[in-house]
Design a protein around this ligand. Structure first.
Ligand code: APR
Ligand code: PHB
Length: 397
């Protein structure tokens, strides 16, 4: 088999890239190791920046999101017994976020690609990337146990943090810059109507908690837990007790409880690889960078990367000009590092670390207080939260 762009991974990055390339008349094949059912069911992030929403709409895959997504104009910070709203729209000239599950974006993109006659090879196992430093890179993989080979002009590594793409780059080429955090998030999805219409980030002496949602019938909630915590140690009862303790305040607001239909624990990590390219392999999304979930940036960064990559590939296939491809990594990394800083900052401000003393806690409280009292400080949070302009990473300005 031959194609112009071989894409590893059918997450938001890989699927959106395939969709954008198709709109530019460029052929691609997506190879995904899991089944369609698996990738469409996986519960992941759920906050779309304005720029992500705009791109989905402009490229014709926003119809269900416009119907089912929940547009939010503010978020809430809860600390010291009070709740404070950050008015995202007022502070950013009318921008906001849309709450719409990552797997819904994935479903919409898979449908759009298949309806347009695109090829997504699910259950493509044991992918191996070859000849990346030549003009004819190849991907070998197994499908139904049979060996297959895809010859391409370019390979896009959109296979997440545990994928094969990054590991296919020779040692010593990439710099890997990392932080781990001494806590994890326990996340649940509950069949309960959200008790509040906007997200609530809670700083609490028992640890961080987050109130979010997926639909008018589904509440999404998170708790800071120990990094090595096992989910078996958390009965539904214990989870609800902890959520009530950390999220509820004295003004009488109460969470709605309901059956827990999904629960899991995710570690917290920051990681960036530089550059996001080797030969004819371009890394995009989680395969190139990980952010802790506190800033809700993961999926948005993945979409921003492939927007840049699709434009650069289109320029190349149209004119043979490689300038935009050469700028791919520095262009993306400017946005990536802004999101890395924002996510690290939100995380550090809102979590309790083991060994934190009273001094550290006063610093966190002072920072939260500054955000809600200073328009400059809340504007900075809001600007980062709704997402930076599309041309943020331009290297020619
Ligand atoms: N071969 C083929 N596919 C693979 C391989 C492989 N060797 N390894 C991983 N994959 C697939 C995974 O099964 C997954 O479907 O690549 C896809 C990667 O998708 P994501 O992990 O969703 O990554 P990305 O598209 O970059 O989106 C980033 O995902 O983890 C969240 O918070 C993160 O929201 C962010 C988003
Ligand atoms: C979510 O709804 O999954 C979510 C929302 C906000 C975050 C992280 C996750 O910061």
């Amino acid at each position: 088999m031959r194609t112009q762009v071989g894409i590893i991974g059918a997450g938001p990055a890989g699927l959106m890239l395939s969709h954008l390339l198709h709109r530019q008349g460029i052929e691609s094949v997506v190879l995904e190791k899991h089944t369609r059912e698996y990738v469409e069911r996986r519960v992941r992030a759920g906050v779309l920046e304005q720029g992500t929403v705009d791109l989905l709409n402009e490229t014709g895959v926003g119809e269900r999101m416009r119907r089912e997504g929940m547009v939010h104009h503010g978020i809430h910070l809860r600390f010291g017994g009070g709740t404070h709203r950050v008015a995202l729209d007022e502070l950013t000239g009318g921008r906001g976020i849309t709450v719409y599950g990552q797997q819904e974006v994935v479903k919409d993109l898979i449908r759009a690609r298949l309806e347009a006659g695109g090829t997504i090879q699910f259950s493509a196992e044991q992918a191996r990337l070859l000849d990346l430093d030549t003009e004819r890179p190849r991907i070998q993989y197994l499908h139904d146990g049979a060996p297959c080979e895809l010859e391409c002009d370019f390979v896009a590594g959109c296979d997440g943090s545990h994928g094969v793409s990054r590991r296919s780059i020779p040692d010593g080429v990439l710099a890997v810059l990392e932080r781990t955090y001494p806590y994890a998030w326990l996340g649940i999805l509950a069949q309960a109507p959200p008790a509040h219409d906007e997200l609530i980030y809670a700083y609490h002496e028992r640890g961080f908690a987050l109130f979010s949602m997926r639909s008018p019938k589904l509440t999404r909630l998170y708790l800071q837990v120990e990094p090595d915590e096992q989910i078996e140690g958390w009965s539904d009862d214990r989870i609800w007790r902890e959520l009530h303790a950390r999220l509820e305040t004295d003004d009488g607001w109460r969470l709605n409880e309901g059956p827990i239909i999904e629960k899991g624990i995710t570690g917290m990590r920051s990681c960036v690889v530089e550059p996001m390219q080797y030969g004819r392999l371009y890394l995009a999304g989680d395969s190139a960078h990980i952010v802790p979930p506190t800033g809700a940036k993961g999926m948005n960064l993945a979409i921003a990367d492939v927007r840049v990559l699709a434009q650069a590939l289109a320029a190349y296939f149209e004119t043979g000009d490689t300038t935009a491809l050469e700028r791919y990594s520095p262009t993306c990394l400017r946005r990536v590092w802004r999101a890395e800083h924002f996510s690290w900052w939100m995380t550090s401000m809102l979590h309790r670390s083991p060994g934190d003393d009273a001094f550290q806690q006063r610093l966190q409280r002072s920072q939260l207080d500054y955000i809600v009292r200073s328009r400059a400080a809340s504007t900075s949070l809001a600007e980062n939260y709704v997402g930076l302009p599309l041309d943020w990473g331009r290297t020619d300005v």
